[in-house]
Design a protein around this ligand. Structure first.
Ligand code: SF4
Ligand code: SF4
Length: 127
């Protein structure tokens, strides 16, 4: 069966998905991150994550970002690429699911409306 063509292009996107405030980390993600950086899991947990709102939940820390206010600490804010792509958490691997990305649909619509192929519509994390 032919593979379904992706309707989005992450290389043309400023990484809306990485600006999501609640990027939840599983135990297996922590293990992978620790291995990637050659540190123990507890150090990785302290260095890269913080407590989420749900009980026992841990989420990725953010850094400052010109487009979104804040964004995942692992995004290269110049190239807009993930700096730990091979070691990225499961939630990042699963998103956006097959075929389409809602953020990209929004970006395409805005670029067409603004008649500017490089237009970046911003959202802002107030934290
Ligand atoms: S928001 Fe969608 S198109 Fe943009 S980087 Fe994330 S998955 Fe790719
Ligand atoms: S780990 Fe990489 S893919 Fe996941 S949110 Fe951070 S920068 Fe984006």
């Amino acid at each position: 069966m032919a593979k379904k063509k992706l309707q989005y292009d992450c290389n043309k996107c400023p990484a809306y998905c990485c600006s999501y405030a609640r990027i939840v980390i599983r135990k297996s993600d922590l293990k992978r991150l620790a291995k990637h950086f050659g540190i123990d899991e507890e150090t990785a947990r302290r260095r890269f994550t913080k407590r989420g709102e749900e009980k026992g939940e841990i989420i990725l820390r953010h850094q400052k970002d010109e487009y979104f206010g804040t964004i995942c600490r692992f995004l290269d804010t110049e190239t807009r690429q993930c700096t730990i792509y091979k070691a990225r958490p499961a939630i990042c691997r699963e998103f956006p699911g097959p075929g389409r990305c809602g953020y990209y649909e929004f970006l395409k619509f805005e670029r067409k409306t603004q008649e500017d192929p490089d237009w970046v519509s911003t959202t802002w994390n107030l934290r």
